[in-house]
Design a protein around this ligand. Structure first.
Ligand code: NAD
Length: 276
């Protein structure tokens, strides 16, 4: 699935690596100019490294290879002023903001029963994975409503549709993202702005995209890192992990006018996991 994004502008959060990098490259291949943002530092409370400045710059370089203009900015989605500055800079430079990919997320602290989660850990998860998505929408919504078009894609997860033991914070945040998607889709539908959720299953931490999430899920569950891919493969009916490009294929369709009547919905890319 792909669409023509020539002349359009996309903002991608969590673009330094993983699914964010794959989506940024797909948008660039379809002709979109880009604002790529990521936290570019580690977060106290998250026990694995987050995207770095050099990873963000590398994503930008790969995108520029498609001949589009690319801006980058260090943004922590926990700070409304930071994401607003990035969105406003995009609008100033390109005159429009057509696509917002709300992709930045953390999966830890995880691996604990609900009562074992510290309040600080709970707050951090909700602040990044749920409130972060709302903040980017808050920074973008007025611009899209004024131009009377736009596509907001919220990267949720199968954890936004079903429960996973020992992931209460992540599951709650991602269910929240699905609810946010439906409510904001109704807010913006009369203005021609579409809002959809994208729910990947277990996505491979491919070296090409440098994603870290599946390894971290395995570590938090005490699964041997060398074996973790086969464990997650067996959980998916298609007997395969999702590749970052598979998620990007759905994102580029949702971003494009090919999906012009698609709003308020959930697109799952999960190898049939939630069909059971
Ligand atoms: P990843 O950890 O490789 O990438 C996440 C990116 O988000 C990193 O670059 C990180 O620096 C950035 N980020 C984290 N906190 C941030 C903050 N406060 N501000 C700005 N940027 C921040 O993980 P990924 O697998 O590429 O995951 C991307 C998205 O897809 C996440 O929302 C995740 O929940 C979702 N997802 C992943 C999987 C999977 O199996 N990998 C499955 C379903 C959903």
């Amino acid at each position: 699935m792909s669409g023509d994004l020539t002349g359009k502008t996309a903002v991608v959060t969590g673009a330094a690596r993983g699914i964010g990098r794959a989506c940024a490259i797909a948008f660039a291949a379809d002709g979109a100019d880009l604002m790529l943002v990521d936290i570019t530092r580690n977060l106290p409370g998250v026990p694995y490294p987050l995207g770095s400045r050099s990873q963000l710059d590398y994503t930008a370089e790969l995108c520029r290879g498609h001949g589009v203009s690319v801006l980058t900015q260090a943004v922590d989605v926990r700070a409304l002023n930071e994401i607003k500055t990035a969105v406003d800079a995009t609008h100033e430079r390109f005159g429009r903001v057509d696509v917002l990919l709300n992709n930045a997320g953390i999966v830890a602290p995880s691996g604990k029963l609900a009562h074992e989660i510290g309040e600080d850990e709970w707050q951090l998860m909700i602040d990044v994975d749920l409130s972060g998505a709302w903040r980017a929408i808050a920074a973008t919504g007025r611009i899209m409503m004024t131009q009377r078009s736009g596509s907001i894609i919220n990267v949720a997860s199968t954890a936004g549709l079903v429960g996973y033991s020992r992931f209460a914070g992540y599951v709650a945040a991602k269910h929240g993202v699905v609810g946010l998607t439906k409510a904001v889709a109704l807010d913006y539908a009369p203005s021609g702005v579409r809002v959809n959720a994208l729910c990947p299953g277990s996505v491979r931490d491919s070296p090409e995209f440098e994603g870290r999430m599946l390894s971290e899920i395995a570590r938090s569950l005490g699964i041997d890192v060398a074996e973790h891919e086969s464990v997650f493969v067996q959980a998916q009916p298609t007997n395969a992990l999702i590749e970052p490009e598979d998620v990007a294929a759905a994102a580029r369709w949702l971003a494009s006018d090919d999906a012009r009547h698609v709003t308020g919905t959930v697109v799952t890319v999960d190898g049939g996991f939630t069909a059971r």
